[in-house]
Design a protein. Sequence first.
Length: 178
Amino acid sequence: MRKLSNDELNRKSVTEFMASVKSPFIIVLDNVRSLNNVGSIFRTADAFLVEAVYLCGITATPPHREIHKTALGATESVAWRYFDSALEAVRELKENGYVIVSVEQADEALPLDRFTTEPGVRYALVFGHEIRGVSDEVVDLSDACLEIPQYGTKHSFNIAVSAGIVLWELAGRISDKR
């Protein structure tokens, strides 16, 4: 066994990425304060061919060296927009036919493994502030809430880890249905 070289990985160029068919997901970041989390989410969005990342409220925007440090160039490939609030972004996404799915611990949240995706449906996945989570107003407008089952003493994951887990699970299901 040997490690593959970068040339053997056959990664897309930025131009090829932009021309690629995207997965049916937009990531909405609701007041995410850590620039390292923002950069990591861009990198994950690139890996799963996400349509776009919506940066809302206090969430920082590129270009920023702290975002760049973890994004490793993904801010150049992944489309993004800024909104004054996540509520504004979610309202626009709902008007455009997206199913709004907040990743949040809520009374009617579905465990991630029980959430089903439908072919042809586009989803906006909302991730919230590292301490306060997704804002109540956005949860109220959500079509569903997802919760990642956890079995230890902590009750939450880092937001970038949560985004990776959710996208890995949902993108895999979407590709299985194509």
